[in-house]
Design a binder for this molecule. Structure first.
Ligand code: XMP
Length: 326
């Protein structure tokens, strides 16, 4: 594809100009954007780039494994894995406000990178040159919605745009900053990334942290992970993955309702399904998924996930609702 080829060449040139002989790190979130940004920078500067995967404990089932296996296999990039679940859980303890959560997660993410950078630099002490650049997979819609675009309102602090700490020690490299999602996907394919990564539905940087409405705790994460895995598995089994843009699964952790399960009364939490169709996430419509599929997801979640006794469907477009609940 002529246009995509141009984007790749142009960005590779720009990245080389910005980074020169310096060293860079790039956080992989498991999502399309960071994977494509990393692959682009890898193409431009090779081993001067080290990819860092921060496991913040807000991931979905199987996501860590996907980054460790598929991405490395496709790019041959250097990968450093930082297990930081404790850091995030304790920073989020007691926090319920959505913007506060986003800011904390964004801040801790950068701090986790700094810790990773220190480890990477001391591991390769012989080479000496410190890591100066931080690669981020910020897309054009992220820039606009975080108030970076012309005249745009600040709707949410995207964790890869807003909430950066003031003592940030890195210079940012954002090769996807002018692109929309579909362009990012074709750039990824052009760079040889497999469909499992490139066609992956979007997943927000703050992860399950913004899909638990209420305080984020280990138990709640565990519960949401199970519900989400069931919903995703059933959607895939129905062959409708390509029909939906993404399907957030949300836990209303502070809401309880009465149910009847097995031998008696329960007082459990609702899970909300938020399947949407969209072109670029700026606007979205709720997906008219088949009732049979919704029934299977609902039956399985209420049967298999302890503490959940109700499944609700979000039938709101964007606007007025955003795609994520926080
Ligand atoms: P909203 O909820 O604003 O989401 O309608 C629009 C799209 O962006 C994703 N999203 C994020 N992606 N960091 C990201 O990389 C974030 O902080 C973030 N917040 C939302 C969301 O999943 C949807 O695809």
């Amino acid at each position: 594809d002529w246009t995509t080829g141009n984007i790749v060449e142009e960005q590779v040139e720009r990245i080389r100009e910005q980074i020169g002989s310096g060293r860079a790190i790039c956080g992989l979130s498991g999502g399309v954007d960071s994977a494509v940004a990393a692959a682009l920078v890898q193409r431009a500067i090779g081993d001067q780039l080290t990819c860092v995967f921060v496991n913040h404990g807000l991931l979905r089932e199987g996501e860590a494994e996907q980054v460790e296996k598929d991405f490395v296999a496709a790019t041959g990039a250097k990968l450093y894995i930082a297990d930081e679940q404790e850091r995030f859980l304790s920073a989020l303890s007691g926090v319920t406000d959505p913007e506060e959560k986003r800011k904390i997660i964004g801040r801790e993410f950068i701090r986790a990178f700094e810790a990773a950078e220190a480890a990477i630099v001391s591991e390769s002490a012989a080479e000496g040159e410190p890591v100066r650049f931080l690669v981020q997979g910020t897309l054009y819609p992220d820039v606009v919605e975080s108030g970076g675009g012309e005249g745009a309102a600040n709707i949410k602090s995207h964790h890869n745009v807003g909430g950066l700490p003031e003592d940030l020690q890195f210079e940012l490299v954002e090769p996807l900053r002018t692109l929309f999602k579909d362009e990012v996907r074709s750039v990824g394919s052009q760079l040889g990334l497999p469909d499992e990564i490139v066609q992956r539905q979007p997943f927000p940087g703050p992860g399950l942290g913004i899909r638990i409405i209420g305080e984020v705790t280990e138990d709640r994460l565990e519960l949401l992970r199970k519900a989400d895995a069931i919903a995703r598995a059933e959607l895939t089994a129905s062959g409708l993955d390509q029909e939906v843009w993404q399907m957030p699964v949300v836990l209303l952790a502070d809401v309880r309702s009465v149910g009847v399960q097995g031998d008696g009364r329960t007082y459990g939490h609702p899970i909300v399904l938020r399947p949407v169709s969209s072109e670029d996430a700026m606007t979205a419509d709720w997906s008219r998924l088949p009732y049979d599929l919704l029934a299977r997801i609902s039956n399985r979640i209420t049967n298999e996930v302890d503490g959940v006794n109700r499944v609700a469907l979000d039938v709101t477009s964007k606007p007025p609702g955003t795609i994520e609940w926080e």
